[in-house]
Design a binder for this molecule. Sequence first.
Ligand SMILES: [Zn+2]
Length: 162
Amino acid sequence: MPVIDSAEFAVSRAQLSGRIAVSELPRLAEVVLDGTTELDWELQGGVDKLERPWLYLSVNGKVQLACQRCLQAMDFKLDCETVLTLFADEATLDEAEQADDDLEGLVIDPALDVLALVEEEVLLALPFAPRHDRCGESDVVVVSDKPNPFAVLAQLKTRKAE
Ligand SMILES: [Zn+2]
């Protein structure tokens, strides 16, 4: 299991990539139908204009999810990428996230579990309630980016109001 010092990884502009079976990621295995499915991931480090270290993570693969309407399998093409800006502590992270809506941050971790990060990002990228466009017909839903967490939150609020 790859573990990195996230700040050092970023500053040294390191790169790491690998392939992981869904069955090795327990929380993801609960929502993906076929545990033997493999996902390709890639992690890169860098430093931005403000001298802040960042991690770029991309995960690709095709998973099968259960349609929330007919409960049959549906293919979901996973193609998520994210840039996580690293901060020394929660307080500076919160401050930066409040100042910049688009910013996604992570607290620096000297022993960051890369696969746990991969799993987290994939879970965020999966649709909240996957559905076939038309049940009974096979189709592939393509998502190029993960849903905006605020949009997801708004969706949850709407659901409650219904
Ligand atoms: Zn369906």
